[in-house]
Design a protein around this ligand. Structure first.
Ligand code: 5GP
Ligand code: MN
Length: 337
């Protein structure tokens, strides 16, 4: 599904504009890459902008250009609200409804301003006056690339902009291996490398930055791996105690679920992570092929995402969540075997 109503935006943006750019809660490489890339691009046009995130970001993305200027709503609420109140254009990137920004969403819905959505998640809400939404595209960074290179074709991308966009495409495509990766994705990547993105360095900055505690946490996750062979499913769980004992930091569990998915014959992989502070179990779903985890997450876990990658949460305790999950799963036998 594609919806493109962004073309009129250009005439609304000039050096007098007050712009804010927002990503989703627990921002990933695509949320940070797209917001920072767009902000740096607007700067080249002489338009200043403020990037605002609902909460903090993982260590492995802290090298991204411009990240030191990002404001977080959870720790700097007053300044964020001031900037948002003063803004006449708010870009919302890499999410499809304001609820994906947590508490910040409650503030955003009350604002009378121009919202712009650039996103690739299914079933976009309709709060935005301008939209570039395409669920067939692997990453929001590709859509930001499309937007800026179409509407401002005369403008060259700087190496910093290219690095931000490269990063989001890299992380959302699983380093260019998920089925959503197309020849067009690679053409955009080639263009970003030509513009100065240092591909090898970006991979190294992002993936070869582990603390030993993270590898120990991965070891624990692999011990807590359960395989349900007759349902082509594997899941991992991590309790709050597991996290505490292995020096957990935000972002440490990113990608763990893919180990479950890498098992031969597995079509559906899940990771359950206990967050005692919020009293929830955060869940990530991944699938290979036709099993639609977006629908699964929406139906049972108040979540959503894409067909092969989605997330949600459970309000039960960890044990009850796992028992309930196995019960639900049994009703999907026919789709999974
Ligand atoms: P992850 O499992 O990596 O956190 O997220 C996978 C995909 O699902 C991402 O596209 C993310 O935006 C989406 N997602 C994760 N958690 C939630 C959630 O609680 N609600 C919704 N609607 N989408 C989610
Ligand atoms: Mn994304």
């Amino acid at each position: 599904m594609r919806k493109n109503t962004i073309s009129g935006l250009k005439s609304q943006l000039d050096s007098n504009s007050n712009v804010c750019i927002i990503g989703h809660k627990n921002p990933d490489g695509d949320a940070l890459g797209s917001t920072l890339g767009l902000s740096l691009f607007l700067k080249e046009l002489g338009i200043s902008s403020q990037v605002i995130m609902p909460n903090g970001f993982p260590d492995f993305l802290k090298w991204l250009p411009g990240i030191d200027k990002v404001l977080c709503y959870d720790t700097d609420k007053e300044e964020c609200e001031k900037q948002l109140n003063d803004s006449d254009v708010i870009f919302t990137l890499d999410f499809n409804h304001l609820g994906r920004t947590g508490d910040l969403g409650d503030f955003l819905v009350k604002l009378d301003t121009t919202f712009v959505m650039i996103d690739h998640h299914q079933e976009p809400a309709d709060y935005a006056s301008y939209m570039l939404s395409d669920t067939s595209i692997a990453s929001t960074c590709e859509l930001v690339y499309e937007y800026i290179t179409t509407d401002y074709s005369e403008k060259r991308l700087t190496a910093e902009i290219a690095s931000c966009l490269y990063t989001g495409i890299m992380t959302d495509t699983g380093s260019f291996r998920f089925p959503s990766t197309t020849s067009k994705t690679h053409r955009i990547i080639a263009d970003l490398i030509d513009a100065g993105a240092n591909n090898s360095q970006i991979h190294q900055n992002t993936f070869d930055n582990n603390a030993v505690s993270r590898l120990h946490l991965l070891g624990k996750a692999l011990q807590n791996l359960k395989v349900l062979e007759n349902l082509s499913t594997a899941y991992i769980y991590l309790s709050q105690e597991d996290l505490n004992q292995n020096g957990f930091k935000k972002g440490d569990t990113e990608g763990f679920v893919n180990y479950a998915l890498s098992l031969k014959g597995i079509k559906f992989a899940v990771i359950f992570i206990e967050h005692k502070a919020e009293n929830i179990i955060k869940i990530s779903f991944r699938s290979i092929g036709n099993f639609d985890v977006n629908t699964f997450a929406r139906t049972h876990y108040n979540g959503g995402g894409h067909k092969n990658a989605a997330g949600g949460k459970s309000d039960l305790d960890l044990n009850s969540t796992l028992v309930e999950f196995e019960n639900i799963l049994n009703t999907y036998k026919e789709e999974l075997i």
